[in-house]
Design a protein around this ligand. Sequence first.
Ligand code: ARG
Length: 413
Amino acid sequence: MAEKIVLAYSGGLDTSVAAHWLRVQRGYEVHCLTIDLGNLGDIEGIRERGQQAGAAAVDIVDGKEDFLRYFVFPALQAGVVYEGRYPLATALGRPLIAKLLVDKAREIGATAVAHGCTGKGNDQVRLDVGVQTLAPDLKIVGTTREHSVSRPEALEYAAANGINVRQSKESPYSTDENLWGRSVEAGILEDPWVEPPADVYLWTKPLDQTPTKPVVVEIRFEEGIPVALDGERLGPVELVQRLSNLGGEHGIGRIDMVENRLVGIKSREIYESPAAVILLEAHANLEQLTLTKQQVRFKNLVAQEYADLVYNGLWFTSHHRDLAQYVVSTQRHVTGDVRVRLWHGTTTVIGRRADRSLYMQSLATYEKEGDLFDQSHAQGFIKLHGLQAQVQAQAQMLLEPGQDLLRLAAPSE
Ligand code: ARG
C-alpha cells in the first residue's frame, strides 16, 4: 500500500503540479489540505484541480478564527512588527498551517507532509521547523526545493496531465494572503528602485482614489484584544475583515520595504495590511494610557524579540511561551476605547480612554483648579536627578579646554 502524504495545498498551479508529482513520481497517496486563513478564492476550483491531480482527498479547513484568536491577537498584544514595518501576516499563518498538517497526518496515518515553498524563503523554515517540532517522525517533502520547475514547464505539465489551471488567474507576483495582510514579491518588484505597478495592490486604494472625507472608527479593546467597532461587538473574523475593508478603502496599510530574510537574502516586499496597521496603532495608544513608562519600554524590547521569533519560525518554543506569558500579564488593564481617524492613507488616533487609565488630569493640568501636583517637590527632585551630571562635569570636564560647547554632539574637526 502506498504511504500517505499530506500536502499543504493552495489550489494554484504549483501545488497542483506538486500533488500530481508526489503521486506519480514519488508514489505517495496524496491528501491535499487547504487552509482558509481568509480570502480563499474559488473553493470549487481548488477541489476540482486537486482531484484532477489525482489526490485521494482534498480537504478545506476554515482556520480563520483560530488564526486570529491564537496567532494574530497575541501578536497584536505584543505589538510585533518585523524590522519596524512588517506586521508579519504571512509569518503568523505558518505555524497554524504546520499544526494542521500534523493533525491531518495523524488523523489519516500519513508518514509525511509536503509543501511547495521555495528553498530561498522564510516560509519553508517556518513550516519545516513547526512540523519538525510537533512531529519529529514525519518526513517533510519540499516539492519546489526538490523538483523546481519554471512557470512555463508547470503550465505544460498541468496541461499534459489534465489539470485545469487558467493562466489568467496566475499573478505575475508571488503572493500570500490571509486576514492579517497580503504579501507580494518577485516579478518586477525584484528591482527595489522600481515603483510598484498599480496591479500589485488589491486591497488598498491608491491615494488619488480614496474618499475626500475621513472616517472615524471607535475600537474597543478588552485586555488588549479588539472586541467592538463603533459600539458593536463583533467576532474576530468580522471585526478584522471590516477594518481591513474600511482601511483599504482609505488607502491604509501599504508597505514597501526591503527586509532581511532568515536565509541571508535581502528581499523587496510589498505588503497590504490595513487592519494590522490600524489595530497596532490603536492598541499602542491604549497601552500608552494604561501601562507605566517601564512597562512600555520593556514591552518594546520584548516585541523586538517576539517579532524575530515569529519571523524566524520559532512559534512552537518555550522561549515564545515565556515571552507570551509576560505579554498577556501586561494586558490585564489594556481595556478601553480608541478613536481613530482614517484618511488618505493615514491612521490618526484622535482620542482614547481606558477603564483603569493611569492618566490623571488632576496631575497633568496647567489649570489652578483641581491641581493635585505639588510643584514645590520638583526642585529637590531635579537637584538629585541632575546630581551625577553635575559631579562628573566638575570632576572630569566635559570637553577639552578651548573646545566649543556648541559642538558637543558634532564630529570633531
Ligand atoms: N517576506 C514575507 C515573509 O517572509 C512574505 C513572504 C510571502 N510569501 C509568499 N509565499 N509569497 O513573511
